[in-house]
Design a protein around this ligand. Sequence first.
Ligand SMILES: [Mn+2]
Length: 330
Amino acid sequence: MKIPNELIEDYESIFKWIDSHDDFLVVTHQRPDGDAIGSILAMAEMLTSYGKKASAYIEEEPPHQFEGLVPNSLLSGEVDISQYNHTVCLDCSNVERLAFPNRMKFQTFPLPVCNIDHHVSNQGYGKASVVDITAASTCEMLCLLFEEFALPVNEDCATYLLMGVTQDTGCFRFTNTTSQSLNSGAWLIDKGGDYQRVMGELYFNTTISALRLQAKVTESLKFAFDDKFAYFIITADLVKSCGARMEDADELVDIIRTLEGVDVVVKIQDLGQDIKFSLRSQNPDRPVIDLAEKIGGGGHRMAAGATLEDATVQEAEALLLSYAKEVLFK
Ligand SMILES: [Mn+2]
């Protein structure tokens, strides 16, 4: 594994930040995914082994698919932040999406932050930052950081890092997978990471309700642009009718993207007041980041997301189709 030459100084600035301070709150974006949760848990675990005081924080209880992997020490809800003096922000490109305790916003959050992320839209906020868009996951970046500066990686830390390294590459299937991703996986297993446990909890743990939801989504899948564009709509009623949970819909976009001949897949998720889009591409000539940015979101070239505030599903669908035509299917 090797840090890209042009980023060595940035990685060093993060190491110095960590090395020269003593207590940290470790945060990530709202509605955290496997890379977000894996990276904050790994960072807090490493910092603790390194003799610092550190806690990982998410806004709400972890999504159920991560329940078997997260420790009791993961903080959520209200937190007394006076115990901390510094913050590490992981896997979050946009300061508006940072999930600080007590609903605090970036602009008024009192603790200085550093920022480690792999999203192309990250502008490098914080007192120290490293943004590595060649990394498939933030957890992969932490592997580089921890190895380069000989930081302590115990078995729990390695297991948390495996969560993100596998989630953001779809278990090393997506086009963002590099030799570095694979080397990170090998390095983490050598460090004692529990690969079987991560696989068991995250990838061999489907419920019949989630499968029923998948069946309904498959039946109602919509196509456009000569069937190269597939999309589906997730509502609370649909999820409820299957006895499933809202987060059971999270992986569907990655399942549908395996369809032969489909270039772009979009999930339209009705969150009540707002609509959330998850976008995936299988064709580098149709990068979904362009479509996500058009809707006001961001992410990666081949996997991106956006939120439309105060909109109905019908409005979201119409907007999506018109923007998709304009940006990706001219
Ligand atoms: Mn990520």
